[in-house]
Design a protein. Structure first.
Ligand SMILES: Cc1cc2nc3c(=O)[nH]c(=O)nc-3n(C[C@H](O)[C@H](O)[C@H](O)COP(=O)(O)O)c2cc1C
Ligand code: SF4
Ligand code: FES
Lengths: 472, 182
């Protein structure tokens, strides 16, 4: 059933031409003047007229869920910060030093959605940052961008220079020292901090370590970053796409936001809003599409508005759900709806980054498993034994199966190793090991016959009873 | 023959009179970067980037200088520098070719691409050409999966690659000769 889309233009991609609304050939970097001339900073102005807690309340009401992979409710996360006291006259106590760490690490294989926003509409992200900082009373924000995004870092630096020159950021206070609902102006500084090539720095506490100049080893939680984060101070970590949603939510209101997307069909929290979906692999027109959450994968792939069908008219075989950590959808799951229910409904880890890589019928799923296993072996930071050792074992096993040297029992061993690692069984510090587990386990389970064809049978001795117990 | 440039296997320890962390660099860092962080240690990644960008690798002596500059132990600098893949603890070629080997790229033609580059340059992945022009490495997803396969030559991304169109790009990079350290 095709998803009835109400969208007539992009929201996050309002200024970035994307199919089906506009031809991507018209993409260009949107500077400050163009941004303000096309409705920029309306959300921020509106936010500054409110009290910080009213902004947080609106974001909570929108039920915006994090777009970085875990889908945690954004407004709720903000409320975990230490409370400020507000006296009878409405004056707030000083919240002290707090930080916002913007997660622009985008290193999850098959994911390329934050990049689109940073490539072409950097001021949207900066406005989102300003709104978050005001709501959370945060005076300092760092945009942590992966090292390989050289061009994007330059675009952001340039946009930041403009934003400082125009008085958005800097010591005079947000938007040229505008009076705020707090009864005074509120100043924010924002910096770009470049990573240096390590997937694990996308994990929020690994990211904080990298900001502190250390190796990116994730921290044990609790304490949670909202209480004790960067340099030991309360810290909010949000994804680029999550923050880019804030200007339109504040401008149009939470009720407007909740009109896009879908409610849960299994009694879970809703999946409201639009989402950038980056489709890659064996489709005719790969790319980033802004869709309402809930669009079926089949529509995304087959519709003439989006990917325009499988490449070469081939059959759909499977897809990565949203970044390789989420696991795969099998041949009979082409109709899966791309929303936050997907994990429970289709036996994958979750929606992740909502960037599916699609495979046609000719794809060797054993090779897919080997590629993924190699990635995790390479990127495991090594501090937890089940992850360090398990990722190595899984890569060896997958390589052996691909090379035709493995036995049937190796398949069970792989499943056992995978299942035993992850923060969910409670054996590791961060979610990287869960991703490894889910990816390998779902591929083996959903494509078991393909794996079985590649392994040699294990001869199990037939059960025999000998000696005293044997009956003549 | 090629020399091996893999990052593992220790680092080269040699010294020279002239500092790697020049007075101009110290000045820029002190004015623009250090004030951004609560601790001096916080400025370590940007400082390492400065050295990497200037020299194409991070000599041991530079790490000692950075330690003194940021008031941290040399071992802390080594710890961080050796963790991140963008920092090279040994010299590499003038140009770095980084081919994405992650999922979307592998299944859209990356293996043929890597083979063609290896053959053209006469080196394996992880090696540098005899003339010091090119180092070839494979990296994980570059966030450009819709135009797979992709590769970086130094800091520029090249998309929708086919062996022949990319080999021409390599020739161009050689001609331009400008060093693309990062
Ligand atoms: C191994 C690992 C890698 C991650 N990489 C990223 C990433 O590159 N970008 C991102 O936004 N979140 C990433 N996350 C999720 C973050 O930990 C965190 O949940 C997210 O940045 C929070 O922002 P959000 O609530 O706005 O989504 C990663 C998580 C794990 C476990
Ligand atoms: S689970 Fe893996 S990546 Fe995460 S902290 Fe442990 S060893 Fe590091
Ligand atoms: S898999 Fe190669 S760019 Fe993403």
């Amino acid at each position: 059933m095709p998803h009835p889309s109400n969208l007539t233009q992009g929201i996050l991609t309002k200024r970035i031409p994307c199919w089906p609304f506009a031809d991507p050939k018209g993409r260009h970097i949107v500077g400050w003047d163009e941004y303000t001339a096309t409705g920029g900073h309306v959300g921020l102005r509106k936010a500054l007229a409110l009290k910080p807690d009213e902004v947080t309340e609106e974001v909570k009401k929108s039920q915006l869920r994090g777009r970085g992979g875990a889908g945690f409710p954004c407004g709720l996360k903000w409320t975990f910060l230490p409370k400020v006291t507000i006296d009878a006259s409405g004056k707030e106590s000083n919240a002290g030093q707090r930080y916002l760490a913007v997660n622009a690490d985008e290193s999850e294989p098959c994911t390329f959605k934050d990049r689109l926003l940073m490539d072409f509409d950097p001021h949207l992200l900066l406005e989102g940052i300003a709104i978050c900082c005001y709501a959370c009373r945060i005076p300092t924000a760092y945009i942590f961008i992966r090292g390989e995004y050289h061009h994007q870092a330059k675009v952001l630096e340039k946009a930041l220079a403009e934003a400082y020159a125009k008085g958005l950021f800097g010591k005079q206070g947000l938007l040229g020292g505008s009076m705020t609902g707090k009864g005074e102006s509120f100043a924010v500084d924002c910096y770009v901090h470049r990573g240096a090539g390590a997937y694990i720095c996308g994990e929020e506490t690994g990211l904080l370590e990298a900001l502190e100049g250390k190796r990116g080893w994730p921290r044990i939680k609790p304490p949670f970053p909202a209480i004790k984060g960067l340099f030991g101070k309360p810290t909010i970590i949000n994804n680029v796409e999550t923050l880019s949603h804030l200007p339109s939510i504040i401008e149009n209101g939470a009720d407007w936001f909740c009109k896009q997307g879908v409610t849960s069909t299994i009694g879970g929290p809703p999946s409201f809003g639009t989402k950038l979906m980056g489709v890659s692999g064996h489709v005719n027109r790969p790319g980033v599409y802004e869709c309402e959450l809930g669009i079926p994968l089949r529509t995304l792939v087959e519709s003439k508005d989006y990917c325009q069908g499988m490449r070469g008219g081939k059959k759909f075989k499977g897809a990565i759900a949203g970044g390789i950590s989420m696991g795969v959808l099998g041949p009979d799951q082409f109709d899966a709806e791309m929303d936050f229910d997907i994990g429970r409904k289709y036996n994958v880890l979750g929606l992740g980054t909502a960037c599916p890589t699609v495979f046609d019928e000719d794809t060797d799923m054993v090779a897919v498993a080997r590629n993924i296993a190699r990635f995790f072996k390479h990127e495991s930071c090594g501090q937890c034994t089940p992850c360090r050792e398990g990722s190595g074992w899984l890569y060896q096993l997958m390589s052996r199966i691909e090379g035709g040297e493995a036995k049937t029992k190796d398949l069970d061993l792989a499943l056992e190793v995978a299942t035993s690692m992850g923060s969910m069984p409670g054996t590791t510090i961060c979610g990287l090991a869960d991703g490894n587990n889910w990816a390998i386990r779902t591929i083996i389970n959903k494509f078991r016959d393909e794996f079985e064809k590649r392994v040699k049978p294990t001869f199990v001795p037939v059960k025999m009873t000998v000696g005293a117990g044997a009956r003549g | 023959m090629a020399w091996i440039t893999k990052n593992s296997g220790g680092m080269k320890i040699e010294t020279r009179q002239e500092p790697y962390l020049t007075p101009a660099m110290r000045d820029t860092l002190s004015r623009n970067i250090l004030p951004r962080y609560e601790t001096k240690h916080g400025a370590l990644l940007p400082t390492l980037h400065t050295i990497q960008h200037e020299y194409g690798w991070i000599p041991h002596q530079a790490m000692m200088e950075i330690a003194a500059f940021l008031d941290i132990a040399p071992s802390q600098v080594v710890d961080t520098a050796s963790f991140y893949e963008e920092y090279w603890l040994r010299p590499k070629g003038r140009h770095t070719i980084s081919v994405c080997r992650s999922l979307a790229c592998e299944f859209c033609g990356q293996p043929e691409l890597t083979e063609a580059i290896k053959k053209k340059l006469g080196i394996d992945v992880g090696e540098t050409t005899e003339d010091g022009e090119f180092t070839l490495i494979e990296v994980e997803c570059l966030g450009s999966c819709d135009s797979a396969p992709v590769a970086l030559i130094d800091e520029s991304l090249h998309e929708w690659l086919k062996p022949d169109n990319f080999l021409a790009k390599i020739d161009e990079a050689r001609k331009h000769g400008a060093h693309g350290h990062h």
